[in-house]
Design a protein around this ligand. Structure first.
Ligand SMILES: *Cc1c(COP(=O)(O)O)cnc(C)c1O
Length: 402
């Protein structure tokens, strides 16, 4: 019997209706992945050899020539950029983040977003200079060409719900234009299910999170050309050392990729759709809440429940409801990135069927409580935003509780 960490360390259990969020432990690691990792934890293994095996698994899963595993997708972004700055020159690898010569990395301004940390910082850590391309709400080929004409060691493209998507250059156009100038494109696909698309389009590297939809342990997957992957792996002698992927990360990501290949995706989708149906049914007819099935923003095969709150009819704001759900025990985490529009989303991927029932019952109970007590609509968005900012800094390691 393994001991229960929630009892042992006085932790608040979390029901995850938000998707894959780093702040609550990303995803439920698949049992097959846990079993694989357990097999290596007590052993020694040559990491070069293990990463070479990982390369074969990644190549098969993505169609790329090669691959390697990093400690997370953000580390993969820094290390692939580093690879474009140094190649396989170990002196250059050891010198980073000092770079002699060209260090421009192009990034559409609409992709300069924050996934929990800024995209541009992951690039700058390597020693590169980030060159924003286009304007906040539009990137055209002439913007990209003008930037490429000035020279660049790489260009980064981000596929994510976080980015501006209207009026951005489509990935195929972006890759083709950069290739005309011989500039390698690194695609951040951290949360995207399409393992083969960017490589097929000619991207030099595509990056995935091992701990998001893949349900691995914390890790990043780099799939790319042989040269770029080799130079990426060699960063372990330089900046990669501060973001080291150990044997458990590498093996965990390999197991997760194999599981992904073997998975019955249609059946998994059908199960999630059933969960969405049950949420829709269980949430029906709550005053002031409009429900809709919502397709994923970037085309991943995920349907979520969108709850649009009409504060006048509901008696509370969306952020007040999310706040109440988040202070229950178990804590219920909902997707809140569009909450200032009075919308919250329920993601079925990391919910069990019984947790989905608990979430719906909790929403119904909190809505009734607001109505009975008339204590909703007290916190405006400006105050809620200020509270979120304060919460972002609230962590203290010196308030000891065990
Ligand atoms: C989650 C995410 C990352 C970071 O992934 P980690 O593996 O957690 O480092 C980077 N980019 C995007 C678009 C993401 O969604």
């Amino acid at each position: 019997m393994t001991e229960d960490p929630f009892l042992r360390w006085n932790l608040t259990p979390v029901i995850n209706a938000s998707g894959t969020m780093t702040g609550i432990g990303a995803s439920r690691v698949a049992p097959e992945v846990r079993a694989s990792v357990a097999g290596i934890l007590g052993e020694f293994v040559g990491i070069d050899e293990l990463q070479a095996r990982a390369s074969s698994v990644i190549a098969r899963a993505t169609g790329a020539a090669a691959g390697c595993i990093t400690t997370c997708a953000a580390a993969a972004m820094s290390q692939t950029v580093a690879a474009c700055l140094t190649g396989t020159d170990i002196a250059k690898i050891e010198a980073l983040p000092r770079v002699a010569g060209e260090r421009r990395v192009l990034l559409s301004l609409g992709h300069m977003v924050n996934y929990g940390a800024p995209v541009d910082q992951a690039i700058r850590i390597a020693g590169a200079e980030v060159v924003p391309v286009g304007t906040a709400a539009a990137c055209e080929t002439w913007h990209l060409r003008a930037a490429l004409e000035q020279g660049a060691v790489a260009a980064m493209y981000v596929v994510s719900h976080h980015t501006v998507r209207a009026n951005e250059l489509p990935l195929d156009v972006f890759v083709a234009t950069c290739r005309e100038f011989g500039v390698p494109v690194i695609v951040d696909m951290a949360s995207e299910y399409d393992l083969r698309g960017p490589v097929a389009l000619g991207a030099a590297a595509a990056i995935y999170s091992g701990h998001k939809f893949l349900q691995g342990i914390t890790s990043g997957v780099v799939a790319g050309t042989s040269d770029l992957v080799r130079a990426t792996y060699l960063q372990h002698m330089g900046i990669g050392r501060t973001m080291k992927a150990g044997k458990e990360s590498v093996l965990g990501a390999m197991a997760a990729l194999e599981l992904w290949e073997a998975r019955d995706h249609a059946a998994a989708r059908a199960t999630e759709e059933t969960r969405v149906d049950s949420l829709m049914q269980d949430l029906a007819d709550i005053p002031g809440l409009a429900l809709a099935r919502h397709a994923d923003w970037t085309g991943n095969p995920i349907t979520r429940v969108r709850i649009a709150v009409d504060p006048g009819a509901a008696g509370f704001n969306a952020w007040e409801l999310a706040g109440r759900l988040g202070s229950r025990s178990p804590r219920i985490a909902v997707r809140d990135d569009l909450i200032e529009r009075q919308e919250l989303y329920l993601d079925p991927c990391n919910l069990t069927n019984s947790e989905a029932k608990t979430v719906a019952a909790a929403i119904r109970a909190e809505a009734a409580r607001f109505r009975d007590r008339g204590d909703g609509c007290r916190i405006g968005w400006s105050d809620a935003k200020a509270a979120r900012e304060a919460a972002a800094q609230a962590w203290r390691g010196d308030s000891h509780e065990t």
